[in-house]
Design a protein around this ligand. Structure first.
Ligand SMILES: [Zn+2]
Length: 476
C-alpha cells in the first residue's frame, strides 16, 4: 500500500486527505454512497477520543444512556425551526415487516425531539432537575456532498442532552461543555481551537445560541470541531417539558445539547498531517510507539528480539506495537509514518552491542528527529518524547493559525485574506451583510470568538458600527 507516493499536501490537499484516510487504514468507502466503514485502526482512534471525552463528561456530572434509532415522524415536525433545518436531510422508513407503516419513522438525525418526549415524562418537579445525560450513538443525515470522516450519511458521535430549571443554569451548562471540548482539543488532540458563538444563520436548527470550537486545517480553511447549544425553552415548549417550582407554579424547563463526532478525526488528519501521511497526537494514537526490529539473519534475530522484548517490557502503560512482519525495515518505516505513529524505536545488532535504541519522532522526519538513547532509560525518555511531540504539534498548529489569520484594513484586503486564511474582522452582526459576504467571497462567519479585543470598529463589509469581531473563512 505504502510504496506509492502520496500527492503533496501543499499541491492537492483534497486528494492528499482522501489518500491518507485510506492508506493509513482508518476507513474505507461503503457500498451505499456517502456511508463509511471505519476500520479497526480508525475505530481505536475513535475509542481513545471517546474515553478522553467520557472521562470529562462524567467528571462534570453526566451519565450515559441509550435512545432509539427510530423517531416517530410527527416528533420532528413539532419544533418549527428544527424541522425547517433538518427536513432536507432526513432518512424516512416507510415499510417494516413487509407492510407500509401507519406513521413513517425517521432515522434520527439528532435526538432532541425524542429526548424532549422522554424528559416531559420524567420531569415533574424542580427536584427532578437538572437532568444530565449523554448518548454515544450514530445518526443519519442525507448529505449530498460527502467526504470520509468530514461529512458522511451516517456518522458516530456523542450527543449530550440536559434540562434545567433556569436560563442561567442552561447557559452555564452550554458554556461548560464548550470548555470541555476546548480542553479536550488542546490537551488530548494538540489542536488549538477558537471557542466562540455562532452567528444566527449558522446556529443549530432550534437553538437560541450555538457555540462552536473552530480549527484551522493545513490548507487554511476552517473546520467546526464541536458544538454546544443553548436551546432555550424551544424544545421544552414543543414537548411540554414542565416542572413545578418551589412556589408550586408550573414552569417550562431550559434545555441544552452538545455534540462532537467522528468528524474530529478529519480535524486531526487535516491539522497535523504532512507529506508522509498522518501524524497522530500521542495521547489519542492507537499505538504511541512502534518498535521495528532490524536483523539480517537468524544469528542476529535472537539477540535483537531479546532486546526488543526487554525494551517493550520497560515501556509500561505506553501503547506499543512490535512490528514483526516479514517486510524490510524501510517498508515498515514508511508504513508507520503513513499511519502516524508518534514515536518509532529501532533496535538492530549494533544497538544490542551498545545497549542503545534508535528513537525517531514522527513530527520531525529524517535525521533531525532521530537519536540514539540508552535502552535502560527508555521508559523515561519515551514518555518525555511523547509529551514533547504533543507540545510541538500544538505549537506548530498554533503558529500556523496565527500566521494565516489576518486583520484586513479594507474589504479588498478582506477578499484577499479569505483566499488564503482566516480574516478576524469587525462585523455588524447583520444577516443580510453576512449573506452578501458569503456570495462575494465564499467565506462564512465561523464564529464570534469569546476572546474579543474590546472596543468597537466598523463592519469590514458595510461600514456600520460593530462591537464584535468575527472569524470569516472558507469552511469544510
Ligand atoms: Zn455589515
Amino acid at each position: 500500500m505504502s510504496e506509492l507516493k502520496l500527492p503533496a499536501r501543499s499541491e492537492d490537499f483534497a486528494e492528499w486527505y482522501n489518500q491518507v484516510v485510506l492508506r493509513a487504514d482508518l476507513a474505507d468507502y461503503a457500498p451505499v454512497r456517502g456511508c463509511m466503514i471505519v476500520k479497526p485502526y480508525g475505530w481505536t482512534l475513535w475509542e481513545n477520543i471517546q474515553a478522553a471525552l467520557d472521562r470529562r463528561f462524567k467528571a462534570t456530572g453526566h451519565m450515559n444512556a441509550a435512545f432509539p434509532l427510530f423517531i416517530p415522524q410527527s416528533f420532528i415536525t413539532k419544533e418549527a425551526k428544527h424541522i425547517e433545518g433538518f427536513a432536507p436531510e432526513l432518512a424516512v422508513v416507510t415499510h417494516g415487516g413487509g407492510e407500509r407503516l401507519e406513521e413513517p419513522l425517521i432515522v434520527r438525525p439528532t435526538s432532541e425531539t425524542i429526548i424532549g418526549h422522554a424528559y416531559a415524562k420524567w420531569v415533574q418537579s424542580y427536584r427532578d432537575l437538572p437532568i444530565l445525560i449523554n448518548l454515544w450513538n450514530s445518526v443519519v443525515r442525507w448529505e449530498m456532498r460527502t467526504k470520509l470522516f468530514l461529512r458522511t450519511l451516517e456518522f458516530w458521535w456523542q450527543e449530550g442532552h440536559t434540562a434545567h430549571a433556569t436560563l442561567e443554569e442552561a447557559e452555564a451548562e452550554t458554556r461548560q461543555m464548550l470548555d470541555v471540548y476546548t480542553d479536550f482539543a488542546v490537551n488530548e488532540a494538540a489542536i488549538p481551537v477558537v471557542p466562540g458563538r455562532k452567528s444566527e444563520s449558522e446556529r443549530f436548527a432550534g437553538a437560541n445560541i450555538t457555540y462552536s470550537i473552530e480549527a484551522m486545517t493545513g490548507d487554511t480553511r476552517a473546520l467546526q470541531a464541536g458544538t454546544s447549544h443553548n436551546l432555550g425553552q424551544n424544545f421544552a415548549k414543543s414537548f411540554e417539558i414542565r416542572y413545578l417550582d418551589r412556589n408550586n407554579e408550573l414552569q417550562y424547563c431550559w434545555t441544552t445539547s452538545w455534540g462532537l463526532s467522528t468528524r474530529f478525526i478529519g480535524a486531526i488528519i487535516m491539522v497535523h498531517g504532512d507529506d508522509q501521511g498522518l501524524i497522530l497526537p500521542p495521547r489519542l494514537a492507537p499505538y504511541q510507539v512502534v518498535i521495528v526490529p532490524i536483523f539480517k539473519n537468524d544469528a542476529e534475530k535472537g539477540p535483537v528480539m531479546e532486546a526488543v522484548s526487554r525494551v517493550r517490557g520497560q515501556l509500561g502503560d505506553i501503547r506499543v506495537k512490535v512490528d514483526e512482519r516479514e517486510e524490510t525495515p524501510g517498508f515498515k518505516f514508511n508504513d508507520w509514518e503513513m499511519r502516524g505513529v508518534p514515536l518509532r524505536l529501532e533496535i538492530g545488532p549494533k544497538d544490542v552491542a551498545k545497549g542503545t535504541v534508535a528513537l525517531a519522532r514522527r513530527d520531525r522526519p529524517g535525521k533531525e528527529g532521530r537519536s540514539f538513547v540508552p535502552q535502560d532509560q527508555i521508559q523515561r525518555l519515551a514518555a518525555e518524547t511523547l509529551a514533547s511531540i504533543h507540545t510541538s504539534l500544538y505549537e506548530r498548529a498554533l503558529a500556523f493559525r496565527k500566521a494565516n489569520t489576518h486583520d484586513p484594513r479594507s474589504y479588498d484586503e478582506f477578499r484577499q485574506a479569505v483566499e488564503g486564511g482566516w480574516a478576524f474582522s469587525w462585523w455588524c452582526g447583520d444577516g443580510a451583510c453576512e449573506t452578501q459576504i458569503k456570495e462575494e467571497t465564499k467565506a462564512t462567519t465561523r464564529n464570534i470568538p469569546l476572546e474579543q479585543p474590546g472596543g468597537s470598529g466598523r463592519c469590514i463589509h458595510c461600514g456600520k458600527p460593530a462591537t464584535e469581531k468575527a472569524i470569516f473563512a472558507k469552511a469544510y
